[in-house]
Design a protein around this ligand. Structure first.
Ligand SMILES: CC(C)(COP(=O)(O)OP(=O)(O)OC[C@H]1O[C@@H](n2cnc3c(N)ncnc32)[C@H](O)[C@@H]1O)[C@@H](O)C(=O)NCCC(=O)NCCS
Ligand SMILES: Nc1ncnc2c1ncn2[C@@H]1O[C@H](COP(=O)(O)OP(=O)(O)OP(=O)(O)O)[C@@H](O)[C@H]1O
Length: 207
């Protein structure tokens, strides 16, 4: 099984690229989705979040108001660190378990889609790191278009909460430039997918 770690800044295009890879046969592990699942009411992480941030962050006495929690932690690095220390061990554990499961199922390609892949050491679990790059102007525009109501300062805070892109690039095995159209990105994915298929053919010829 080949495990690809797909990372890049917020709104760089990871989910869009994951979908393109899924269409070509890859299985996707989405770290944001896992982060949401472990925070559902009653789960240990939900209890820990309430303990640290208080019941004021609940929307209806039950579900965590994600927008409110986001505004709190992304404007205060110390509070973000607190949230990270609660959530990250559970996210890493869940990703490890899913990778084991897919390994047993003999899946061919698994993609771990995680903005914080390098920040939280998930790169030690993958065979290759693919970094999605986008120019800052497009990144801000796409982020604010997607998150209705997010102002420029909030968008900048979110971008600053992550490892700078040039640091991520240093750790990349492959780079995907998503500054242009989706079609241009799809061409890069086709090329990368072809490389994977070629490596399979080479392995088959060795037998
Ligand atoms: C603060 C929360 C509640 C805000 O929720 P919201 O629904 O507004 O955003 P969502 O979860 O969809 O995240 C959107 C993007 O924000 C960025 N982001 C999320 N968490 C973090 C973080 N801890 N540090 C830096 N960037 C982050 C990522 O690029 C992510 O794709 C949520 O992001 C959260 O619980 N974060 C902590 C868990 C985590 O680290 N998740 C990312 C795993 S890679
Ligand atoms: N090449 C592109 N051209 C135009 N819009 C794009 C392109 N790629 C992605 N988008 C749009 O930009 C936004 C961000 O993309 P996407 O959600 O894939 O990013 P992400 O890296 O997964 O974000 P996050 O870190 O928040 O999970 C989405 O609204 C998406 O539709």
């Amino acid at each position: 099984m080949k495990v690809i770690g797909l990372t890049g800044g917020i709104a760089s295009g990871k989910s869009t690229i994951s979908m393109l890879l899924k269409n070509r046969g890859a299985v996707i592990i989405d770290a944001d989705k896992i982060a949401r699942e472990i925070m559902t009411p009653g789960k240990p992480v939900w209890h820990a979040v309430i303990e640290h941030f208080g019941r004021e962050i609940l929307l209806d006495g039950k579900n965590i108001d994600r927008k409110k929690l986001g505004r709190i932690v992304f404007s205060d690095p110390k509070l973000l660190e607190t949230l990270n220390s609660i959530t990250h061990p559970a996210i890493v554990q869940e990703i490890k378990e899913r990778l084991d499961y897919y390994r047993h199922k003999n899946e061919k390609v698994v993609v771990v889609d995680a903005a914080l892949l390098l920040e939280i050491g998930l790169d030690s679990l993958v065979d290759e790191v693919w970094v999605v790059v986008v120019d800052e102007k497009n990144q801000l525009k796409r982020l604010m278009d997607r998150e209705k109501g997010m102002d420029l300062e909030e968008a900048r805070n979110r971008i600053r909460a992550q490892m700078p892109l040039d640091e991520k690039i240093k750790m990349a095995d492959k780079i995907i430039d998503n500054s242009g159209s989706i079609e241009e990105t799809e061409r890069q994915i086709d090329e990368l997918w072809r490389e994977i298929e070629l490596s399979w053919q080479k392995k088959l010829q060795q037998y």
